[in-house]
Design a protein around this ligand. Structure first.
Ligand SMILES: Cc1cc2nc3c(=O)[nH]c(=O)nc-3n(C[C@H](O)[C@H](O)[C@H](O)COP(=O)(O)OP(=O)(O)OC[C@H]3O[C@@H](n4cnc5c(N)ncnc54)[C@H](O)[C@@H]3O)c2cc1C
Length: 241
């Protein structure tokens, strides 16, 4: 299966446990085994199926063994969505582009060397819902208007930088929809927890978009465990473990 198109967002694998499902299997054996547990001779897919059968089936809540495998993803999304991901604290670590050390792309927008849409995210035209459940139309013209506001903030940023302000000082005048990247490392348990709380059908558009990219990477990494997850928990708004 090809990676889903989530442009202008992006999710790429940076690193990860090479045999994550075998590691989960190893952990569950440490729990149940009388003898010292060595490296198991078992295929990745078989280990994944056994992990589902013995740990996850029936939502038994035996999630501890899922904390051993680790996956690192390089993620790119608008600043607001990146901040929402960063509210998570357990089983994960974040290194984000903080805009204290970078800002050249913003200055290039100000100088009209690159298009504002390459650096700032604005929702595509369409029909959206407000918090009261009422529909509203978001037009192409409004998208262009928002991008013009982003350009204007880039011009203000560039002016401050020219006056000698540092990156960390000038960043405060930017529209918050600027695109930002960051490396997120988490345990398998963390990634599934993230899917529980951020992939819900009623989650905001941007959260759903970035989660499609994340889900694709998790699925490729732990296919058997993902199959169980998808059938039993995915988008079911269950209480997160
Ligand atoms: C739809 C939605 C809207 C949100 N709106 C806002 C908002 O308006 N403002 C805002 O500030 N935040 C908001 N958040 C963030 C939310 O409040 C959580 O802080 C965030 O989602 C982290 O998730 P988590 O609590 O599952 O923690 P994680 O860090 O992902 O932890 C995983 C699990 O570990 C356990 N855990 C973690 N920390 C503790 C602890 N200290 N004590 C006991 N158990 C713990 C819990 O079981 C938790 O579910 C929102 C989140 C969602 C999903």
């Amino acid at each position: 299966m090809d990676a889903p198109s989530i442009e202008p967002f992006k999710v790429e694998k940076s690193d990860g446990s090479a045999f994550p499902q075998r590691l989960v299997y190893n952990a569950l054996h440490a729990d149940y085994s009388e003898e010292f547990v060595g490296l198991p001779e078992i295929s990745e897919d078989k280990a994944g199926k056994i992990a589902c059968e013995r740990l996850l089936k029936g939502n038994r809540g035996h999630w501890g063994p899922l904390e051993h495998p680790s996956l690192s993803l390089m993620v790119k999304a608008d600043h607001n969505t990146m901040m929402q991901l960063r509210t998570h604290r357990v089983g994960c670590s974040f290194d984000y582009q903080s805009m204290r050390y970078t800002g050249e792309r913003i200055r290039k927008v100000a100088k009209k060397e690159i298009d504002p849409a390459e650096v700032f995210y604005v929702r595509p035209p369409g029909t959206y819902w407000d918090r009261q459940g009422d529909k509203y139309t978001w037009t192409e013209e409004q998208v262009e208007e928002s991008l013009a506001m982003c350009l204007s903030s880039a011009i203000d940023y560039d002016r401050l930088r020219t006056q000698g302000a540092s990156e960390e000082h000038a960043r405060s005048v930017l529209c918050t929809g600027y695109l930002q990247h960051g490396l997120i490392t988490g345990s398998l348990r963390f990634w599934l927890h993230l899917c529980d709380v951020r992939s819900k059908a009623d989650a905001q558009l941007e959260a759903r978009q970035i989660m499609r990219g994340i889900e694709f990477r998790v699925q490729r990494w732990v296919p058997e465990i993902w199959s169980w997850y998808q059938l039993n928990r995915h988008r079911k708004a269950l209480l997160a473990p």
